[in-house]
Design a protein around this ligand. Structure first.
Ligand SMILES: Cc1cc2nc3c(=O)[nH]c(=O)nc-3n(C[C@H](O)[C@H](O)[C@H](O)COP(=O)(O)OP(=O)(O)OC[C@H]3O[C@@H](n4cnc5c(N)ncnc54)[C@H](O)[C@@H]3O)c2cc1C
Length: 293
């Protein structure tokens, strides 16, 4: 199919882009990598009057380390972020997750900010942002605001972004965890996951876990942290039994619903198994291995 007719704007500066959105935001759609928007246009599920192509806007394609955050601009492609030395050293969980996003051809064009703005409930990048307590920077003509992930993602494909706002960057806390892991299950490689789990752990010199972050997607309208699993891990020695308890805590905490892809029970089962697996993997990173108990 071909898209319904639309007008096209290709601003070259952020101010120009924000001015266009301030005038036409309600009937406009921003085009970044186009990997979600173009299929929606072609299927006529989206019929904007104006497409605002931000690909020529200068200054949005950088990865920066500032004030304890790694900031990733709106035109940084998923493929580039996965290989970025700053991302790999400071936010390894994101690099691990990006390997699961779609196929290399799609990651070569798709942006991280586009994925966040699109807010697919099964997408990997919103899950990492939520798990690590990341932020979204949204600009409009005359100002910008920074929203924590949990205030940004509201529902299925629904965010707190206003129609005249542009996501200019996402920010993730730099460093802080020795062990991270991302696990998901999808029917075919490159498909959206049925369930995905992200884990980040910090432990002391004796191997006792001081802080745990556990996030899950595929069991609700948005990705979420599971504080019950984080509490089950805090203060524990790294061990398989602690990982099992975290998995059980996730299964008890989530309220999955069934759909054409999987029953609620199967999603809950996946959440338990993938949490256990991700925690074991996160514990093993750092070379100390996991106690078999
Ligand atoms: C076959 C296929 C498989 C895929 N599998 C996966 C997968 O497994 N996991 C996954 O996470 N994703 C998957 N995707 C989606 C892919 O990751 C997209 O790249 C991503 O969702 C959107 O990024 P984009 O830059 O292409 O955004 P676009 O398609 O350009 O835009 C998507 C939406 O976000 C808005 N938008 C984009 N950028 C901004 C911005 N800076 N500010 C405000 N609004 C903005 C657009 O207006 C549009 O509504 C898949 C896509 C395809 C085609």
């Amino acid at each position: 199919m071909k898209p319904a007719p639309f007008r096209y704007a290709a601003p070259r500066t952020l101010d120009e882009a924000l001015a266009v959105l301030s005038q036409h935001g309600a009937e406009a759609k921003v085009l970044a990598g186009g990997q979600s928007l173009v299929p929606l246009l072609n299927l006529r599920l989206a019929r904007p009057e104006l497409v605002v192509d931000i690909n020529r806007v200068a200054g949005l394609d950088a990865v920066r380390h500032e004030d304890g955050w790694v900031e990733i601009g709106a035109l940084v492609r998923q493929w580039d972020a996965e290989r970025d030395p700053l991302v790999r050293s400071q936010v390894p969980l994101l690099a691990q997750a990006l390997g699961y996003v779609a196929h290399p051809q799609i990651r070569a064009r798709g942006t991280l900010c586009g994925s966040v703005a699109h807010a697919d409930p099964a997408a990997e990048i919103p899950l990492v942002l939520t798990t690590l307590g990341g932020e979204v920077v949204a600009a409009r003509a005359g100002g910008s605001r920074t929203l924590p992930a949990e205030a940004f993602f509201l529902d299925l494909f629904t965010t707190a972004l206003a129609s005249d706002e542009l996501v200019t960057a996402i920010r993730l806390p730099a460093g802080g965890f020795q062990g991270t892991a991302f696990c998901e299950f999808s029917p075919r490689e490159g498909d959206f996951a049925l369930v995905a789990v992200a884990v980040a752990l910090r432990w002391d010199a004796g191997g006792r876990i001081q802080e745990a972050r556990v996030g899950v997607s595929g069991v609700g309208p948005t990705a979420r942290r599971v504080v019950e699993a984080e509490a089950a891990l805090a203060g524990e020695e790294k061990s398989r039994s602690a990982a099992q308890r975290a998995g059980e805590a996730v299964a008890a905490a989530v309220h999955a619903s069934g759909d054409v892809h999987a029953s609620a029970e199967y999603r809950r089962h996946l959440a338990r198994v993938l949490t256990e697996r991700a925690v074991v993997q996160a514990m093993a990173i750092g070379g100390e291995g996991v106690d078999a108990q």
